[in-house]
Design a protein. Sequence first.
Length: 173
Amino acid sequence: MEGRIISELFINEQIRDKEVRVIGEDGEQLGIMSPKEAMKLAEEAGVDLVKIAPTAKPPVCKIVDYGKFKYEQTRKEKEARKKQKTVEIKEIRLSPNIDTNDLNTKINAARKFIGKGDRVKITLRFRGREMAHMNNSKHILDDFAEALADIAVVDKAPKVEGRSMTMFLAEKR
């Protein structure tokens, strides 16, 4: 039962507060007492005193087997990570003089990405003389968004950045 810090949890002798709220092994409240008294209780039970809520007033300590407690915490974190979905951003590049069939192919690709829950960044790239007619090409992005209106919403409206115009689409909630 030596004191050591793992992920900022104070255990046993490291707890230096004037008084702490103590929770027993089976989760019952044992009240507010000095850390020395709490340590005695923990030693009698043959386990550790772990500070689980350092920001509370007074701090909350639990009488628990530290190794087991640490293991449970890591398992809970793993479970939480497993359940969360990371939203990726998929990019689809278009050019101003894209043909209808090519546009439909790109729309279907975007539909697939949005169906999986990813955000889609549609980039309309301009080269050379196409730069002079940027404002005439905005309708391509508008048509793209309209074609996906049933499953997606425009997250960020079309915006010109250098030689390209970008727009973000996200899944409808």
